[in-house]
Design a protein around this ligand. Structure first.
Ligand SMILES: CC(C)(COP(=O)(O)OP(=O)(O)OC[C@H]1O[C@@H](n2cnc3c(N)ncnc32)[C@H](O)[C@@H]1OP(=O)(O)O)[C@@H](O)C(=O)NCCC(=O)NCCS
Length: 219
């Protein structure tokens, strides 16, 4: 999701209060907290705005995405918007934290492309100091488990600018299949960029997950 669905100019609805603790299936009310080996994924909070602003607005992180909010206040509004979109059943956004720390260092977002999340699109961004550390892969596994098993997604799409080496490499290594090329589909810095279209379908993901379980060492 290199084009973020959030559009600040259209964001005028006041935020609604949501509960903190929920079971996974209550995701429209509030997101569950998901624990991996290295990361914890949790609902965004307004207090995440400063770290997300600092980490996700650098040139190297933002160069292949639609521009993120450029102020802390803009990120606070974005976070409130994510909560309203989740309550409406259209979109979810998790904060990425490194286990043992509560600072948000990135996001995973998923939006409905069809009816009731049968087809969805995901996107992600991490602060660059966390690239190549395994944080992406660990978080992505949690998201895939959540979207396919809890949200009932059948097909999960992603778009990555062809020039975005890490974005393409990250998708390929978690089993996303490139299905096509979307020519001149992302406007960035006055240039239209080609994007690769990737998808993971539920059946493929279950096979991949089973293979990973089999590959685990037996003690
Ligand atoms: C996308 C992102 C979350 C991935 O996280 P990451 O920690 O960089 O990903 P990983 O290191 O686990 O995987 C990237 C893979 O791409 C490979 N890669 C790096 N540069 C590459 C290039 N130019 N061409 C092909 N593959 C490349 C890496 O070697 C790595 O594979 P490996 O682990 O097998 O060596 C992160 O890079 C990011 O936040 N980027 C900015 C935001 C963004 O572009 N989001 C949209 C993504 S579609």
């Amino acid at each position: 999701m290199e084009t973020m669905p959030y559009q600040p100019q259209l964001d005028v609805t006041p935020a609604r209060h949501v509960a903190e603790t929920v079971t996974a299936t209550d995701w429209r009310r509030a997101l569950p907290t998901l624990h991996g080996r290295q990361v914890t994924l949790r609902d965004l909070r307004a207090s995440d705005a400063p770290s997300l602003h600092s980490l996700l607005t650098t040139q190297e992180v933002a160069r292949f995405m639609s521009p993120p909010p450029n102020t802390v206040d803009g990120f606070e509004k974005f976070i409130a918007w994510t909560h309203r979109q989740r309550a409406a059943g259209a979109y979810v956004c998790f904060a990425v934290t490194v286990r043992g720390y509560d600072t948000a260092i990135g996001i995973f977002q998923v939006r409905d492309l069809g009816h009731g999340f049968d087809t969805a699109e995901w996107g992600f961004a991490l602060g660059s100091r966390f690239w190549g550390t395994g944080v992406f892969q660990d978080g992505a596994k949690l998201i895939l488990e959540f979207v396919f098993e809890t949200m009932g997604v059948r097909r999960l799409e992603a778009r990555a600018a062809v020039l975005n080496g890490r974005g393409n490499g990250a998708l390929q290594k978690i089993g996303a299949v490139q299905e096509g090329l979307l020519r001149k589909s992302l406007l960035r810095d006055g240039r239209y960029l080609d994007q690769a279209l990737y998808a993971i379908v539920d059946a493929d993901w279950r096979v991949l997950r089973q293979q990973q379980v089999r590959a685990l060492p037996v003690h």
